[in-house]
Design a protein around this ligand. Sequence first.
Ligand code: MG
Length: 116
Amino acid sequence: MPDMTKYRPMLERIIARYGKQDQMAKCHEECHELANALEGYPRVETEGDVIFEIADVLIMATQMAYIFGESEVKLAIDYKLERQAKRMGIEYTPVHGESLLAHPEDGDHPWRKEGV
Ligand SMILES: [Mg+2]
């Protein structure tokens, strides 16, 4: 997984140029293209095709994180990985601190707190 922080200045320029709404539509389009590439691999799509579509989705998903809230997305990732570790019966130490699974309502965005 590439460190996308290095691309932040360019990604912010793209959002500023085209606008949040257009970038959301573009993200939708690129996710669809990756899904199609994966569905067609290896019959009609090459590994290179899939890699290019992964790159497109990473570029767009990173822009979505900037638009919707990078810190919230990071907490959501931690929450989901911790939840998956629990399902697998393995240990996981949340990258961003305390366990987020203590909250009773799964799916109720328990990482959303005042000031996060
Ligand atoms: Mg694409």
